[in-house]
Design a protein around this ligand. Structure first.
Ligand code: ADP
Ligand code: MG
Length: 253
C-alpha cells in the first residue's frame, strides 16, 4: 500500500469541546483529498494535527510511513524529540488563508528563506530553485517586489512557491482562496491544479466545489468533528446521502 497519510481514530478536544471526534482517513501518494464542511467543523484543526501545530489526544497519524510526534523506544511509544518533530515538519508544506509572507522581504527572499535557514542548503542553489518555482507560479517577473506591491492572488502564489521550496512530500492548504477577491481565486486554483497534475500529494480545505470536483480524487464532508460522508467528488456532490451534506452543498453550490 502506498498511503502517504493515514489518520486513524484521531480525537482532539479543547477543554470539554471535542473538536475532532474520531477521524479516519487515508490519502494515497499522488492523490488530492479535498475537505469541505461548515465553519467550526474541525477542518483546520485536522490539518494542523497533520503538521504538528496541534497535538492529538487519541488515535494516530502517519505521514510518509512515520508516526507523527511519536517514536518507538524499547517497545513503547514516546513523544518525539524536538529535532525529530522539526524533521517531520519539513516534509509537509502548508498554505494558509492569509499568506503569512514576510512583509519586509522581497518575493524571492521569502521563497529562499526557509531552505537556507531551516535546512542549511546553499543559498545559490536555493535561489536558482526559487526562481524556477516563481516562474512556475507565474511570478518570475515579480521576484524583486515586496508582498505589499502584489495582489492577494499573487501573494498566495508566492506562499505556494515558498512552501514548495522546501521540497515537501505533502502539501496542506487551509482555505487558500477564502481571503481573495473573487476575480483572483482562479489564478491560485490554477497553480494548485498544476501542482496536483504534477503528482503532488495534497490535502485541501476549500469551499471551491468546482475545484474539488475537477481536481480531487476524494472529497470528504466534515461536520461536528466527524467525517459525515466521503467518496469520489462527483458522487458526493451529485448524490450526497446525508441530510447534513445535502444542506451544506445546497448553501455553497
Ligand atoms: P474549521 O476550520 O472547520 O472552521 P476549526 O478546526 O478551526 O474549524 O475549529 C473547530 C472548533 O474548535 C471551533 O469551535 C473552534 O472555535 C475550536 N477551536 C479551534 N482552535 C481552538 C483553540 N486553540 N482553543 C479553543 N478552541 C479552539
Ligand atoms: Mg478553518
Amino acid at each position: 500500500m502506498s498511503a502517504l497519510v493515514q489518520v486513524t481514530g484521531v480525537r482532539k478536544s479543547y477543554g470539554a469541546h471535542e473538536v475532532l471526534a474520531g477521524i479516519d482517513l487515508t490519502v494515497e501518494k499522488g492523490n488530492v483529498l479535498c475537505i469541505i464542511g461548515p465553519s467550526g467543523s474541525g477542518k483546520s484543526t485536522l490539518l494542523r494535527c497533520l503538521n504538528h501545530l496541534e497535538k492529538i489526544d487519541a488515535g494516530r497519524i502517519e505521514v510518509c510511513g512515520e508516526l507523527i510526534g511519536y517514536e518507538r523506544h524499547h517497545g513503547h511509544l514516546r513523544e518525539m524529540r524536538e529535532k525529530d518533530v522539526a524533521r517531520q515538519r519539513r516534509k509537509v508544506g502548508m498554505v494558509f488563508q492569509n499568506f503569512n509572507l514576510f512583509a519586509h522581504r522581497t518575493v524571492l527572499e521569502n521563497v529562499v528563506e526557509a531552505p537556507v535557514r531551516v535546512k542549511g542548503e546553499p543559498r545559490d542553489e536555493v535561489t536558482a530553485r526559487a526562481v524556477e518555482l516563481l516562474d512556475r507560479v507565474g511570478l518570475g517577473h515579480r521576484q524583486h517586489a515586496y508582498p505589499s506591491q502584489l495582489s492577494g492572488g499573487q501573494q498566495q502564489r508566492v506562499a505556494i512557491a515558498r512552501a514548495l521550496a522546501m521540497r515537501p512530500e505533502l502539501m496542506l492548504f487551509d482555505e487558500p482562496t477564502s481571503a481573495l477577491d473573487p476575480e483572483l481565486v482562479s489564478e491560485v486554483l490554477a497553480v494548485m491544479k498544476d501542482l496536483a497534475v504534477s503528482g503532488m500529494t495534497m490535502v485541501v480545505v476549500t469551499h471551491e466545489i468546482g475545484f474539488a470536483r475537477e481536481v480531487a480524487d476524494e472529497l470528504v464532508f466534515m461536520d461536528g468533528g466527524v467525517i459525515v460522508e466521503s467518496g469520489p467528488p462527483a458522487e458526493v456532490i451529485a448524490n450526497p446521502t446525508h441530510a447534513r451534506t445535502q444542506e451544506f452543498l445546497g448553501r455553497v453550490l
